[in-house]
Write a protein of this length. Structure first.
Length: 182
């Protein structure tokens, strides 16, 4: 059995696509997954599966979420080892992290080609930096003078694909809680 995490896009954000975590756990259990737990109510599901094949898991979960809840939910699956590697990688070690700084992970379905990778990293500003590694984009965000963070719109336009974002602290807490012994 493989320990994995499913990150669900746009679940329980700003009153849209409200899904009770108990319903989400029941659905995952009905799919044959074990040790199902949700982590905060924003679409993070930790579970054990018979396969580590993330693409297979993503399609299976997406199909069943659509049937159960009546709307499309994009799912991004990572194994425990992948999530630990994501947490271990720190492309912004030199950056001073404080209350005005946030580190985020953008989860993608597939790796980006070199051209797209360069376009994403070219979004760099005085307040934002991007690094692409594997199926993730590491994003260092600093609040602008008026306190407004970088919009995701330029990133959406360049990528032209769906993604989901999690705070680096959320990833660290998940690795510590669920996978520190793996």
């Amino acid at each position: 059995m493989a320990n994995v995490v499913a990150f669900l896009r746009a679940i329980n954000l700003a009153g849209a696509r409200i899904v009770r975590m108990s319903s989400l756990r029941q659905l995952f259990e009905s799919l044959g997954f074990s040790d199902v737990e949700t982590f905060i109510a924003s679409g993070n599901v930790v579970f054990r599966a018979r396969t580590k094949r993330t693409k297979v898991l993503e399609r299976k979960i997406e199909k069943n979420l659509r049937e159960a809840f009546g709307f499309e939910v994009e799912v991004f699956v990572r194994t425990a080892a992948e999530l630990a590697a994501i947490e271990d990688y720190d492309p912004f070690a030199e950056a001073k992290v404080n209350a005005l700084t946030a580190r985020n992970i953008v989860f993608l379905k597939d790796t980006l080609d070199q051209k797209l990778k360069k376009k994403v990293e070219a979004l760099k500003t005085d307040t934002d930096k991007f690094r692409v590694r594997g199926r993730e984009i590491y994003w260092l965000r600093r609040r602008r003078g008026e306190g407004v963070p970088f919009s995701t719109v330029p990133l959406q336009k360049i990528l032209d694909r769906l993604f989901t974002i999690r705070a680096f602290n959320t990833i660290s807490r998940m690795v510590e809680r669920y996978f520190s012994a793996d």
